[in-house]
Design a protein around this ligand. Structure first.
Ligand code: GLN
Length: 228
């Protein structure tokens, strides 16, 4: 008996979800709507909505609250499954949730989704308000500089795997956090930034994620086709 599996066409367009349990999600949706490669950008509050998208953004906010609401609404496990194989970008609180380990967590610890082999330290720099603007140097061939907004931001305090690629570092010292501290990383289909690109007028980081997501979906399609 041969099982026939329908081969999904390699995607040209993306359906992107933005986790909308708490935090700065609407700003991401507005930026995504500008990209011709994004056919749909929707808020995600249920497992059904999550299963309808190709890629996900976990926004900034409060990582403990996001995890708590996700757990109460039965989304924690579906989210863990999603991030195992589908392109996901975590900004700030989202980066904490994607980390395999976090320090300076609330007493009793906090739930993480995991996936990124990094250790993050919560609430390292940037006040709640006003926003702290610092430039970060991004690794895009010509060492571009990006205006970054930090709000009680986590820092990547340790990288625990050679598979993690450093994509951006702080340009200037903030408080006791040295210039060159790591503020953006990628590991395969997972991407994380300690800052909030959705709060600036510069959409290069969103463009980067859209390209990353399309590239990793195409790669996944090729692997599935080879297995059949
Ligand atoms: N301090 C927040 C946390 O620990 C993150 C802040 C943010 O997302 N801007 O979850």
């Amino acid at each position: 008996m041969v099982q026939v599996t329908k081969i999904k066409e390699s995607p040209e367009k993306l359906k992107v979800g933005v986790l909308a349990l708490q935090g700065a999600f609407i700003e991401h949706i507005h930026i995504l709507q500008r990209f011709p490669q994004v056919s749909l950008a929707i808020p995600i509050r249920t497992a059904d909505q999550l299963s309808s998208v190709d890629a996900l953004i976990i926004p900034g906010g409060e990582s403990t609250t996001i995890a708590l609401v996700a757990e109460r609404s039965g989304l924690l496990e579906p989210l863990r499954e999603f991030v195992e194989s589908k392109p996901t970008w975590g900004t700030c609180a989202g980066m904490i949730l994607l980390a395999n380990e976090a320090t300076q967590t609330k007493q009793g610890g906090q739930k993480l989704l995991g996936g990124l082999d990094i250790t993050v330290t919560r609430n390292k720099f940037g006040t709640q308000a006003p926003l702290h603007i610092n430039h970060v140097t991004t690794k895009s061939g010509n060492d571009d500089v990006f205006p970054a907004v930090f709000i009680r931001a986590p820092i990547i305090s340790r990288i625990n795997s050679l598979d993690v690629e450093v994509l951006a570092r702080l340009e200037h010292t903030i408080g006791d956090t040295d210039a060159s501290a790591i503020v953006a990383v990628r590991q395969g289909h997972l991407f994380a930034t300690a800052f909030h690109p959705e709060l600036t007028n510069d959409d290069r980081i969103h463009q980067y994620f859209v390209s990353l997501a399309l590239e990793s979906l195409r790669k996944r399609c090729r692997i599935i086709q080879q297995q059949i």
